[in-house]
Design a protein around this ligand. Structure first.
Ligand SMILES: [Zn+2]
Length: 381
């Protein structure tokens, strides 16, 4: 199939090129074949499909209490399947699922891969490692010793996850868990990263407190989720330059889960603290990827396009930098470089067409005209 006369941003550079996109089965092809049918998109814009690097497919955003989430497996699976379809219709063609309790997201991942369902490419962590009674313990990944953590990891490997997630600090979602507190010490975290490496898995680390952020960086995780710099005097108030420098030096990606709900900070006193932290992290070369933590209360699985303008404003990123954080940079960060995240021959044909230029205005992302995932067109209405 040939998509003609497009203004194309390939996900990597600064410029927009005028031309055609040729899709050969499920990848971007080179040139065009005479037989290929074509569609004209004069005046429209194409960019790589968006990547949300932190979601929870199993969580119902309407349910505030994590302990009251759907337990019936058939009902839950049906809900997750319909969420997957909505995700891709929103122009999000890849998501990284950072935790659930029943491994149903792996089932959905495989059904999508087999083209039995419409949905995004899924990268799944399964049950996150957490402390006894710790953050999201109800997902079944409790471990107090490294031996127990290895058991949790082996169980995830048996279920064929794509990476390991660990709750380095407490979180807001779990009763009795405090975001500032570290759940594990450096020795434990270093061993987890080492054991994960043996299984060929990168590690995504949930970190709110500054102490946990430092430990995760020292242990050498691949991505730091949230990175909220919670200190003794509150959220964002525990920023530490040495830790930020270490994150940069170790080339760890920060996935700050700035979703559209963060709009509430744009007119609060917290904004200056947030902006300052991002500014300082940028100064020492920390790199960011776009993520929303979709599934948490009131954050829908289709949130990323709505979150992008907010992320840009809070993190002080240009529109192009913000889009890279949700395309080529995200692909690099989550191990999908050369697979998706850019419009180039050989990559999976994941792209979105818009009526207007999203690089000029990120709000354009809210209204995709056509989504193509693995070469398959998805209707957006
Ligand atoms: Zn999360």
């Amino acid at each position: 199939m040939l998509y003609k006369n497009l203004n194309i941003w390939n996900g990597v550079g600064e410029d927009i090129f005028f031309g055609d996109i040729f899709v050969d089965k499920d990848i971007f092809g080179i040139g065009r074949s005479k037989q290929s049918s074509s569609k004209d998109f004069s005046g429209c814009f194409a960019i790589p499909g968006l990547i949300d690097s932190h979601i929870h497919l199993c969580l119902d955003p309407y349910e505030r209490n994590p302990l009251k989430q759907e337990v019936d497996e058939e009902k839950l699976k049906a809900a997750m399947i319909s969420r997957a379809e909505l995700i891709v219709k929103a122009g999000i063609t890849t998501v990284r699922d950072l935790g659930g309790g029943k491994h149903l997201e792996l089932l959905v991942r495989d059904l999508i891969k087999e083209k039995k369902l419409t949905g995004p490419r899924l990268i799944c962590a399964g049950q996150p490692i957490t402390s006894r009674g710790g953050h999201c313990h109800f997902w079944g990944g409790e471990a107090e010793s490294i031996e127990e953590a290895i058991k949790v990891m082996n169980r995830q490997a048996m279920a064929a996850v794509d990476l390991i997630k660990i709750m380095v600090t407490g979180g807001s979602m779990t009763p009795k868990s405090k975001p500032i507190n570290s759940q594990f010490d450096l020795d434990f975290l270093t061993k987890v990263v080492g054991e994960a490496k043996k299984l060929n898995y990168p590690v995504a680390a949930h970190c709110h407190g500054s102490d946990g952020i430092l430990k995760a960086a020292e242990a050498g995780v691949s991505t730091i989720e949230h990175c909220s710099w919670v200190g003794e005097s509150g959220w964002g108030r525990g920023f530490d330059m040495k830790t930020a420098t270490l994150i940069s030096k170790k080339e760890i990606w920060v996935s700050p889960t700035v979703n559209s709900g963060w709009k509430r900070y744009l007119e609060s006193n917290y904004l200056e603290i947030l902006r300052n932290n991002f500014k300082k992290m940028k100064e020492v070369g920390v790199r960011f990827i776009a993520s929303t933590d979709a599934g948490i209360p009131n954050i829908f699985h289709t949130d990323l396009p709505l979150a992008m303008p907010v992320f840009s404003e809070i993190a002080g990123l240009t529109n192009t930098e913000t889009l890279r954080a949700a395309t080529s940079d995200a692909a690099r960060a989550i191990g999908l470089s050369g697979v998706t995240g850019s419009i180039e021959s050989g990559c999976s044909a994941d792209f979105v067409i818009y009526d207007e230029n999203p690089l000029a205005d990120l709000n354009v992302l809210k209204a995709p005209k056509l989504v193509v995932v693995r070469g398959q067109e998805v209707s957006v209405d």
